[in-house]
Design a protein around this ligand. Structure first.
Ligand code: PMT
Length: 399
């Protein structure tokens, strides 16, 4: 699938430069057009001529070595690329880019490009764990850079640990899979609900549940990375809103209902991961309730079922509900799918502590209206979101 793609390979100076030669070869074999730029230090390990021979293109090492007077090389390269791969990415090059420095061919081009950037780090295990490097990688990640983690093993410096440049075959596979994921939902508007709702009893107390919002935020991040315009209607969480996602904070179910229904007409897809409180206190005291009785009774009334309302008023939207179950998962899930007029339902077992509420992982079964059932194995919530979106996209594609 990389056939015809213009890939700019940025090579920085570490012992793993020799693997970047194999990477150049693999990328050209996959049908990509590859251009290579190298830091001065990278040229100490392997000559530019080697990359020139593998890529069949001139290699760029010096910002001031303008090969064509009609163009400014680093801007031209930055605009030319469909994607940029930094491999190996040293701690130095990561630090420079994360801090906006541009003092050579590689870093000026990296700052100038608007293409998707993939980063395959390679360095000593202790450098990889250094807080400065960790912070720089986080910064780059929040700007949309995609990381291909280094492998574990024997390092050239003599240590054994994480820091070895991922194998060229694996880098090619990762970027191939990932690049085609990006942009899949370009032009789509997606409404995601996440987190818990809070139903106030008095100014200091409320009813809620254990939802952390992690599942919903993972969907928001994934949908945004796939090019969608994402509206994230979220109950209170401690999470950071993913880049380019429109965050609409709410607290109670009524507030969530108001925001969701206001957006409903505009969106193409709805993913309802929020753990909405089914009941709320009939009365909310304006003053703090005093603890002068041994027992109190609080009367609760049913909240609006937002998802059911959306199912009843569905026009062109593709509506995905969640089912939080503790027994007979699929049977209860199917019932909700049908009763709430959904297009698909994602069922998870919330009796387990390793998945579901507040966990970093989940394991789900996706069932569609057409009757297709896909169990998705335990994985990070991001990986679950990615797989669900891929399957849903296929379903939508079938029309
Ligand atoms: O937030 P995390 O800690 O990451 O946990 C994720 C999760 C466990 C909350 C999530 O994976 C999940 O299961 N979300 C649905 C929780 C839920 O309310 O399930 P339910 O089976 O009670 O409701 C079914 C569906 O109806 C849900 O899509 C829910 O959003 C919706 N609903 C429910 C009640 C209500 N009054 N209005 C609704 O819209």
């Amino acid at each position: 699938m990389l056939k015809g793609k213009k890939i700019l390979l940025a090579v920085s100076g570490g012992i793993a430069v020799y693997k970047a030669v194999a990477l150049t070869s693999k990328l050209t074999q996959a049908g990509a057009e590859v251009k290579v730029m190298m830091t001065e230090h990278a040229t100490e390990f392997v000559t530019p001529l080697t990359f020139q021979a593998m890529s069949r293109n001139p290699v760029y090492t010096d910002t001031f070595d303008e090969k064509d007077p009609a163009k400014i090389a680093h801007i031209d390269l930055a605009d030319w690329a469909d994607m940029v791969v930094i491999a190996p990415a040293t701690a130095n090059v990561l630090g420079k880019v994360a801090n906006g420095m541009a003092d050579d061919m590689v870093t000026t081009t990296l700052l100038a490009t608007q293409a998707q950037v993939y980063v395959a780090p390679a360095m000593n295990v202790h450098m990889y764990q250094h807080p400065a490097v960790v912070q720089n990688m986080k910064t780059l990640e929040t700007w949309g850079y995609r990381f291909i983690e280094p492998g574990d093993g024997y390092l050239a410096c003599g240590y054994v640990g994480k820091g070895r440049l991922e194998e060229p075959e694996e880098i090619v596979q990762v970027i191939d899979r990932d690049y085609h994921r990006l942009g899949r939902w370009q032009g789509k508007k997606v409404l995601i609900t996440a987190g818990p709702t809070r139903e106030p009893l008095d100014p200091v107390r409320y009813f809620t549940n254990y939802s952390s919002g992690k599942m919903g935020y993972a969907f928001a991040q994934e949908a945004a990375e796939q090019g969608a315009k994402v509206y994230l209607v979220s109950g209170p969480t401690n999470l950071t809103v993913p880049p380019s996602v429109e965050h609409i904070p709410v607290s109670s179910t009524e507030e969530m209902f108001a925001q969701v229904t206001a957006l409903y007409d505009q969106v193409d897809i709805v993913i309802k991961t929020a753990a909405v409180a089914d009941y709320r206190p009939v009365e909310t005291s304006e003053q703090k309730i005093k603890k002068n009785k041994d027992h109190i009774t609080i009367e609760l009334e049913k909240n609006v079922d937002i998802l059911r309302y959306l199912g009843e008023h569905k026009e062109r939207q593709y509506l995905i509900g969640f089912a939080a179950e503790t027994e007979d998962l699929e049977a209860y899930g199917r019932k909700k799918l049908q009763e709430k007029n959904l297009d698909a339902i994602v069922i998870n077992d919330v009796s387990r502590s390793d998945i579901g509420f507040d966990s970093d992982q989940n394991e789900v079964v996706l069932i569609t209206k057409a009757g297709n059932t896909w169990p998705i194995e335990q994985a990070s919530k991001s990986a679950i979101a990615e797989q669900v979106i891929e399957l849903i996209d296929r379903e939508i594609g079938k029309g």
